[in-house]
Design a binder for this molecule. Structure first.
Ligand code: UP5
Ligand code: MG
Length: 190
């Protein structure tokens, strides 16, 4: 269950839209704890977890890991330490993910950020990243973009209807983008 004074932010956007980059800035400036669902899954994948092979195959195909696995990793991470301000990056990726998280925690996010970025820019960024990710190749990127559109956009629409969505234009320099992000959190600092 949600601790009374916790703040939950979901950070959404397509592959390479800059979620991780901007999360680092939010952590620096506003002291949130950053939980990247993708990073947690990649860490689980290389541990001797029973889900390792399944996660690898799912990420390589750009599909979505079952909610039960991802939600457990996120909740485990939320319990470590005493920082109650969470940035949950790259989750929920589907209505199924969203409903599972909201059902298990009994809560909705306080804020949802959506980094809105054109596809060709996302492809360019992912292909030039060069960090050895198994999903950073053109075939998998195309699949990730399709899954984003089919499954993640409905989640974004849901939060827009709930009045929780902050759409950020994700084209520009990192600084320019952060200047759109800052007021979202500056408002809750007072
Ligand atoms: N960059 C950043 N900002 C820039 C700017 N303003 N101008 C120019 N370049 C910029 O940025 C990407 C690259 O662009 C970097 O090189 C950066 O320097 C540059 P980054 O901040 O890394 O973008 P991000 O949105 O974090 O991209 P990422 O590739 O991490 O997004 P994905 O959503 O694709 O990846 P994620 O790790 O979240 O998920 C990977 C896979 O895990 C999914 O496809 C899925 O198979 C699985 N998954 C699940 O199944 N369930 C989950 O809940 C989560 C993941
Ligand atoms: Mg990322």
């Amino acid at each position: 269950p949600k601790h009374m004074d916790s703040v939950i932010t979901f950070v959404l956007g397509g592959p390479g839209s800059g979620k991780g980059t901007q999360c680092a800035r939010i952590v620096e400036t506003f002291g949130f704890k950053h939980l990247s669902a993708g990073d947690l899954l990649r860490k689980e994948m290389v541990s001797d977890s029973e889900y390792g092979a399944m996660i690898l195959e799912t990420i390589r195909e750009g599909r979505i890991v079952p909610s039960a696995v991802t939600v457990r990793l996120i909740l485990r991470e939320m319990q470590y330490g005493d920082n109650r301000k969470f940035l949950i990056d790259g989750f929920p990726r589907s209505e199924e993910n969203r409903i599972a998280f909201e059902h298990i925690t009994g809560t909705e996010p306080d804020f949802v950020l959506f980094f809105d970025c054109p596809e060709e820019e996302m492809v360019k960024r992912v292909l030039s990243r060069n960090q050895g990710r198994i999903d950073d190749n053109i075939d998998t990127i195309k699949k990730r973009l399709k899954v984003f559109e089919a499954l993640n956009l409905p989640v974004i629409d849901h939060y827009a209807r709930r009045g929780r969505l902050h759409r950020i234009n994700a084209v520009g320099t990192e600084d320019e983008i952060f200047e759109q992000v800052r007021p979202v959190f500056a408002a809750c600092e007072q």
